[in-house]
Design a protein around this ligand. Structure first.
Ligand SMILES: Cc1cc2nc3c(=O)[nH]c(=O)nc-3n(C[C@H](O)[C@H](O)[C@H](O)COP(=O)(O)O)c2cc1C
Length: 172
């Protein structure tokens, strides 16, 4: 059995989680940005595909690779600014899962919080008025302050554990 880890990361959060995912897999498992994905992924029994959440969905680069997969097993992982346990977080998990081609078996999904680019926060606060869900508010500031601490050591340990569990299960 062979696995490969592919990820899309704009500001580095998902890249960190990808490295942690790889730690849970056999030592010779490649870990590459989607831009460097091999032309054919046919040699791999399981693709671990990482994305950052862009307006509730996997980002475009990850989505493009996801649509081409025909591998037996696909495991998704990703990062987002919101708490993954929130309603929005759960919806993001579902949206990602729904994009896995029906020909593949979804072996699992893992999302954790990731710092939001301060430039993007500034832009949103300028674009949206106070009172708008994306406008500046105490709750929004608190969400961004919490996100700024992630992915943390606990997130990365859970990512490694997730990968190890998926790997064990698909071999049973
Ligand atoms: C254009 C844009 C859209 C985003 N949309 C969402 C979103 O819908 N929900 C969310 O929780 N986080 C959203 N985020 C936050 C990112 O998903 C989060 O910061 C992620 O960890 C970035 O990962 P990266 O460092 O690997 O690029 C968005 C960020 C950007 C730049």
């Amino acid at each position: 059995m062979k696995a490969i880890v592919l990820y899309s990361s704009r500001t580095g959060n998902t890249q960190k989680v990808a490295a942690a995912i790889r730690q849970g897999l056999p030592a010779d498992t490649p870990c590459l940005p989607v831009s460097e994905a091999p032309a054919s992924l046919a040699a791999y029994d399981c693709v671990f595909l990482g994305y950052w959440v862009d307006r509730g969905l996997p980002d475009a680069a990850a989505k493009a690779v996801l649509a081409t997969l025909t591998n037996t097993h696909v495991a998704l992982f990703g990062t987002l600014g919101a708490n993954p346990d929130s309603e929005h977080g759960q919806m993001c998990v579902e949206h990602g899962n729904e994009l896995v081609p029906k020909i593949c078996h979804l072996a699992g999904s893992f999302l954790c919080q990731g710092a939001v680019d301060p430039k993007v926060i500034e832009m949103m606060y300028k674009q949206f008025p106070m009172g708008h869900p994306h406008g500046k508010s105490a709750a929004r500031d608190a969400l961004h302050a919490e996100a700024a601490k992630h992915p943390d050591g606990d997130d990365l340990a859970r990512a490694t554990q997730f990968a190890a569990t998926v790997w064990r299960q698909i071999q049973e």
